[in-house]
Ligand binder design. Structure first.
Ligand SMILES: Cc1cc2nc3c(=O)[nH]c(=O)nc-3n(C[C@H](O)[C@H](O)[C@H](O)COP(=O)(O)OP(=O)(O)OC[C@H]3O[C@@H](n4cnc5c(N)ncnc54)[C@H](O)[C@@H]3O)c2cc1C
Length: 499
């Protein structure tokens, strides 16, 4: 995947079949589905692939035990099927993860245990392993650092765990191999219209400043929490359909959960579920559900969200992480579709596909786990319009890029200078990495794994990238400055907004 090559492709296609706005899970999946079905496919992402919500998830490929509690069996069944397919198609980035729900009340074990048997049943032959009732002793063997006082036992079950930003890049590479043209750092600024109907988009290459017009038979808005802004470009009077909800995660040292098993806390003091999940030799703690007014690309964690996570997990862990133990904190915004639900936690996680009177398609909602199904549904829907005469390719068995290659490293700690240069070279030449942040946040996950290491390494990365991209000292200085500003938000001890 080479960005210069992608830019050269632009001149070769006078009329695209499908133009997708947004390079998160939904947009990338849609690009793959369209390209695999033989459509001339263009995807434009305003910042980097997965810069939005798709790099800020809890990193679970799951049916959603919680949605079962809400009685949403259809959603759970669909997600469980997608979970099974993803484990087959991206085994390099998705794996089977054991979870334990520790029980401190007599009724919890039978209550959650029966629910999880149903979860196993719904997964059918794509199941990842049977759930099981655990005694107190077995629970402590799985989770050696939880509070033993009052423990009645636990319930063990299986779900998927993955690397979200890396999966996004893998989907982009698979789509590119199938002929899609994908460009990051390329915001869509307005629509081309003909007789009131959408006929394409105007966009700018943010790295060169050059502006473009692209004609396309179909335009799909896959911009997550930003879908309303794009719908307003089409129809200024559009009324918002998204109620963004913020979720915060904390990343701490493995010593707080020195096991391969994850914890699910079924009910926090604000009635949410909370996870502690091993991830790349660290532990992710989260998440929250805070309604926010305006979506932003770099949402800011709130002090009260951090406190809520530490306080609730503190009731389960022997050694409670404190603020100084947080290696990185990150926030993401859920693109929840509005309904009459009172709280954001009660809003549906299902996806929706809408078509405006001018012909703009919008696909949003859903979750990472169901990105393939969302893509299939939206491409099926646009194909029905009749202007695209392509048979829908079945992506259920499509292996994703990298499944048969060595896995690229997720962190850079302990790398020699030569190893680091090689990792940067690979990211720039094969993964369209264009900024220091692209590298430290999404090609590797160093910013999320340990923000202070990322801050220390930023100048060296900027120097290496400058040589590869032909940039000067001014670029290096501005990249370091820009990265530092973003990285500070990940360090709760430095971020003045959290003090
Ligand atoms: C806290 C949290 C935890 C979650 N955990 C999980 C989980 O464990 N498992 C799971 O399955 N799901 C999870 N989800 C849900 C999942 O992450 C999201 O549903 C999914 O990432 C949304 O993807 P998207 O592509 O629709 O949106 P995004 O990833 O936000 O992508 C939209 C993209 O559109 C781009 N864009 C916006 N405007 C323009 C423009 N004008 N031009 C070009 N591009 C534009 C943005 O830059 C952005 O990159 C979680 C969500 C949150 C918030």
């Amino acid at each position: 995947m080479d960005r210069n090559q992608m830019r050269e492709n632009l001149a070769e296609v006078p009329l695209w079949d499908v133009c997708i706005i947004g390079g998160g899970a939904t947009g990338l999946g849609t690009a793959l589905q369209a390209a695999a079905s033989g459509m001339k496919t263009l995807l434009l992402e305003q910042n980097d692939f997965a810069k939005g919500t798709s790099s800020r998830s809890t990193k679970l490929i799951h049916g959603g035990v919680r949605y079962l509690q809400q009685g949403n069996v259809k959603l759970v069944r669909e997600a469980l099927e997608e979970r099974g397919l993803l484990l087959q198609n991206a085994p390099h980035l998705v794996h089977n993860q054991q979870f334990v729900i520790p029980s401190y009340h007599w009724w919890e074990r039978p209550f959650y245990g029966i629910g999880l048997k149903l979860y196993d049943l719904l997964a059918g032959k794509l199941g990842l392993g049977d759930s099981a009732f655990l005694s107190s002793k077995e629970t402590l063997q799985h989770l050696p650092t939880i509070v033993s006082n009052g423990l009645h036992g636990g319930v063990l079950y299986h779900d998927g765990q993955f690397d979200d930003a890396r999966l996004a890049i893998s989907i982009a590479q698979t789509a590119a191999a199938r002929g899609a043209t994908l460009l990051n750092h390329f915001p869509v600024t307005s629509f081309l219209k003909s007789d009131g109907k959408i006929a394409g988009v105007r966009a700018t290459d943010a790295l060169s400043g050059k502006t473009y017009s692209f004609r396309s038979k179909i335009v799909i808005n896959a911009t997550g929490v930003f879908v309303d802004a794009i719908m307003r470009m089409d129809r200024p009077k559009h009324r918002s359909i998204i109620r963004p909800s913020q979720g915060v995660h904390l990343v701490v040292d493995r010593k707080f959960l020195p096991t391969d098993c994850a914890i699910l806390v079924p009910r926090t003091d604000d009635s949410r579920v909370l996870f502690a999940v091993p991830w790349h030799n660290r532990v992710i703690l989260g998440t929250t559900d805070t309604a926010v007014k305006e979506p932003e690309l770099d949402p800011k964690p709130l002090q009260l969200e951090i406190d809520l996570i530490l306080r609730n997990l503190g009731q389960y862990l022997h050694q409670v992480p404190e603020r100084k133990d947080i290696k990185s904190v990150f926030a993401g915004l859920r693109p929840l579709v509005k309904s009459s639900a009172k709280t954001t936690a009660a809003l549906s996680r299902g996806h929706v596909i809408l078509k405006s009177t001018s012909g703009l398609f919008t696909v949003t909602g859903g979750k990472w786990t169901t990105y393939r199904k969302m893509a299939e549904d939206v491409i099926k829907r646009v194909s029905k319009k009749g202007r695209l005469n392509h048979a829908l390719f079945d992506t259920r068995q499509l292996r994703l890029h990298g499944h048969d290659l060595p896995v690229q490293s997720f962190h850079i700690e302990g790398m020699t200078d030569a190893e680091l240069s090689e990792r940067v070279r690979h990211a720039v030449t094969h993964e369209m990495c264009q900024t220091v942040e692209d590298f430290l946040s999404r090609r590797t996950r160093q910013l999320l794994l340990d923000a202070s290491v990322a801050l220390d390494k930023a100048p060296q990365i900027a120097e290496i990238m400058a040589v590869m991209l032909g940039k000067d000292e001014t670029w290096i200085a501005s990249e370091i400055e820009r990265f530092n500003r973003i990285a500070m938000q990940h360090l709760p001890t430095f971020n003045p907004e959290l003090s």
